[in-house]
Design a protein around this ligand. Structure first.
Ligand code: TYD
Ligand code: MG
Length: 501
């Protein structure tokens, strides 16, 4: 967001007399008169009158002339405090936080209602409590009995978690200041908290911001790690002021398709760890189960032998993940054909389509194109280009791809297939899961090692891949695998046909 202060109406640093200004509750920008839309973040109806006396608006002469206290400056090397991280014992959660909760840090966990945030955090607090740490769970949404019921269902009722249903930040801070400092405090959710210091109702941005501030102060002061649960609005933003995201040390997002059991925990921001790692869970009748080998999960419901599906050998963070890409290319009835994509970057799809048209003679302008990443995973790597192209062409010519092949490689605008990082990790994972061959960039061959005996089919340009797939599609093409019989039997992408008929 633009906080640069380009707007002329924005207050910058000094305002002569008035001590009241209108502050955007979303981004914090201040104005000297009310307006409907915040110029800074573009949100509507977020300006509220605030008394900024003493903040920035007081004339310098009135401010205290106190001489500043001197403090010691330190060097970068030096003794750091003991064990700054506290692993939760849930490997997938620790992977995303970067090895555990950092002392004195505050983490925001966002996600749709019902996705499993409370379940995840009940499990995490119970694990810590069982390991002998003081873990506190404050629920502002559910009664103690409801939280107990969930714990019972999860088989965690015996864990010595300290539980309360409270919403007053002052009460919470006073209570937790007594006794040993808790190692982990879960606040479920930040939107239900309120503090006496501001007037507005609970759930308003001012309250959320002030409550978060008070809790963050408590965490920094005591060294307790705090997890704030945050609701997510329809457009995927964590509700409440954007500033809460800026205030906390890490923002994790818990995602998943409602109809599916997979849940993915992703770091959107992390001051103490990586942001590209994902944690994969499965929602079961007994709570969230950690999935240590996500490839198996993502490939478990594969549509073997259907045209339009290709397995992409990807990397998520430090871990190889195999996932199925599903494409449907169907004649359009619309003037402007549809391009819909779930789980991948729409502009990359447009690029791959353009390269197929321009360099490979694949005419797609008369077709609707749908691309879906199975299992609710969201791919960010350009390495998925080759798998997407293979799936698209396979659907167009109605020719299933070999079921034992994985694909990866970045496609350049010239139609060349470029090498991607971590070739051998991708190949190893594919071999481990029983794949027999890999279609990969030509120049990647040099760095291949320990590929587990995969047959490698290097591709220099997209044209040769298209020709190969098209040949499989022709009635008397050079078919070579014995799997083809099975493939032909269900040559209709049933999944898509149901959805789009
Ligand atoms: P919950 O953790 O309450 O979601 P959130 O806090 O994100 O709103 O999870 C609610 C859903 O999870 C609910 O639809 C039921 C399901 N669930 C299970 O399938 N198994 C379980 O063991 C538990 C506790 C919940
Ligand atoms: Mg909840």
């Amino acid at each position: 967001m633009d906080d640069g202060g380009t707007s002329g109406k924005r207050l910058t640093f000094f305002m002569a007399k008035s001590t009241l200004s209108f502050v955007c509750q979303n981004c914090g920008a201040a104005y000297n008169r009310w307006q409907g839309k915040c110029d800074s973040c573009g949100e509507w109806n977020t300006l509220a009158e605030e008394d900024t006396t003493g903040a920035t608006s007081m004339p310098v002469s009135v401010r205290s002339r106190r001489k500043g206290r001197t403090f010691a400056l330190e060097s970068l090397t030096g003794k750091s405090n003991d064990a700054p991280r506290l692993p939760s014992g849930m490997t997938e959660l620790d992977r995303v936080t970067g090895g555990g909760f950092v002392r004195g840090s505050v983490l925001l966990v966002g996600g749709d209602p019902g996705i499993g945030k409370s379940t995840l955090l009940t499990q995490a607090t119970s694990m810590l409590a069982r390991a002998g740490h003081r873990a506190v769970y404050i629920s502002g949404e559910e009664a103690v009995a409801q939280v107990r019921l969930r714990a019972e269902r999860l088989g965690l009722a015996d864990a010595p978690v300290q539980l309360a249903a409270e919403t007053s930040v002052e009460d919470i801070v006073s209570t937790l200041s007594e006794g040993a400092v808790p190692r982990l405090i879960v606040i479920d959710s930040i939107q239900t908290m309120w503090t006496d210091t501001v007037e507005s109702a609970p759930g308003t941005v001012t309250q959320v911001r002030a409550s978060a501030q008070a809790l963050i102060r408590f965490a920094k002061k005591t060294g307790a790690a705090i997890i704030l649960v945050g609701h997510v609005t329809k457009d995927g933003q964590i509700a409440g002021p954007r500033v809460v995201e800026h205030m906390v040390d890490a923002v994790l997002s818990f995602e998943g398709e409602g109809s599916q059991h997979f849940r993915i925990l992703r770091a959107m921001k992390n001051r103490f760890g990586p942001t590209d790692e994902i944690g994969v869970f499965e929602m079961t009748g007994l709570g969230l189960r950690e999935v240590s080998n996500p490839s198996e999960l993502f490939l478990s419901e594969r549509d073997l032998g259907s045209p339009g599906t290709a397995v992409f050998a990807g990397i998520e963070g430090t871990r190889p993940v195999l996932v199925e890409l599903q494409a449907l290319v169907a004649p359009t009835t619309l003037g402007t054909p549809r391009r819909a994509v779930v789980g991948w970057d729409p502009s990359r799809l447009s690029m791959v389509l353009a390269v197929l048209e321009a360099h490979c003679g694949v005419k797609l302008s008369g077709y609707d194109v749908y691309l879906n990443v199975a299992g609710g995973l969201r791919i960010q790597e350009p390495a998925a280009d080759l798998a997407a192209a293979a799936a698209l062409v396979s659907s167009l010519v109605n020719a299933p791809l070999p079921t034992d092949a994985v694909y990866f490689g970045e496609i350049s605008l010239s139609g060349a297939v470029r090498p991607v990082a971590q070739t051998s990790a991708r190949l190893k994972e594919a071999a481990k899961l029983g794949f027999g061959r890999a279609v990969l960039p030509e120049s990647a061959r040099g760095e291949v090692g320990g590929d587990g005996g995969l047959a490698l089919n290097s591709i220099g340009g997209l044209t040769s891949l298209v020709a190969e797939i098209a040949a499989r599609g022709s009635p008397r093409g050079n078919r070579d695998t014995s799997r083809e019989g099975a493939a032909e039997k269900n040559a209709t992408p049933a999944r898509f046909r149901r959805e789009n008929s």
